[in-house]
Design a protein around this ligand. Sequence first.
Ligand SMILES: [Zn+2]
Length: 349
Amino acid sequence: MAVDQAESVRTPSSWVVVGLDNGGTSNNATVLDATGQFLVDHLVENPSRVLDGPESAVEALAGAFTGILELTRTPRSLVRAVGLDTPGPASANGVISSKGATNFNHVSWHGFDIRGALEARLGLPVVYNNDGNAAALYAHHQHFGAAAAANSSVSAIVGTGLGGGVVEAGAVIRGAAGMAGELGHVQIPLHGVLENDQPVPRCNCGFEGDVESVASLTGIKNNLLPYWLARFPEHPLAVEPIGAAAKALRGYAEKDDPMALAVFAQQAKAIGKLFTIAANFTDPAAYFLGGGVVEAAPHFRQWFLNTVRESTDLRDEQKAVATFALVPDRDMAGSRGAAVAALNTVIAG
Ligand SMILES: [Zn+2]
């Protein structure tokens, strides 16, 4: 409501950074001040125009930038940096994959430096993260607050694919080639995840048995649901096209449908296997879970998180200190994480 929105917008009392989250259909923008306060607490969106090619998309991002400054009555001179996130795959510096990407299919996007283009267009430093890393960074900072720099976390975000990120000492691990934190493509032990007669799931990346091949909407559609529908031939979803059935499955799980719960239990166990690897790799203080599941009915959401936790093998010393939590503010996590990254960059000088 307009009244609520007016009340939920603040004006800055210091310098600021702007966060811009670029998605397939929309950009979402926010402003973060130097004290770590967000000036808007709701979604502020405009069309992203990525299908019209890079030039139109960069103009749309510039429009989102101008729009959020107007909404918060922030003078442009107060902006020190801009955080940008997009879906991957892209380099650590925001160069879209030379093979293209789901959201950047047109050939003019291949190898396009979206970070550099926005920096040139705005005349301000632009700090880039992929959307999974941005959401991971936001979850980390939201959870740990002033203690963010003293803590580590891993985030798994279940959507069309499986995204996320690894945060160490408050900063995203990027890797030598910018490919760290590609958690969806970590291969996991499938013992205890799959049924004895279940085919080994395949991922679009070419791997077999990685996390995304199980714990994603694509994994449900391509791998899990065809198997489970063969075991539940009378299920109402058996007559639906497989893509529509995959999307409808969460609604059934929220109503405790046995087949749907079997599918989501496999997803939760796969994420638990991933978190077990993380426990032995970086031993993080917190394990965050995000994506569509965060919007699900509370009892289902809690059951899913509990199943992930029970499937994560931690040593007693780790159990004593580890936290499992849902990633908050799902729709805003990208823009807010992008803004946090920009703020950290400014503060680090
Ligand atoms: Zn994969």
